[in-house]
Each structure stands twice: as structure tokens, then as C-alpha cells.
Design a protein. Sequence first.
Length: 51
Amino acid sequence: MSLIWLEILLGFGAPLAWGCWELYALRRDRAAARRQAAAAPADDATEPARR
């Protein structure tokens, strides 16, 4: 096996895999934030503003 294939794999495959992992992490974090917001009580809309 030629070393050029190793360079191609590391040069293109590793950044592509890292980018996919980052997109997965963003989706996971966004879903967790949505679940947390849905579980939080909605007191802000019913309480009058405090001064």
C-alpha cells in the first residue's frame, strides 16, 4: 500500500469525520436544551415583572 493513500485518508478522512462528529454534538446539545426548556416551569409568562 502506497503512503499516498495514508495521506489521503488522514488529510481528508480525519477532518471529514471530525466535522460529522461536531454536527452530531451540536444536534445532541440542541436537543438537550429543548428537553431542559420543556421541563422548566413556565413561570416567567404568568408572573408580573418585579421592580
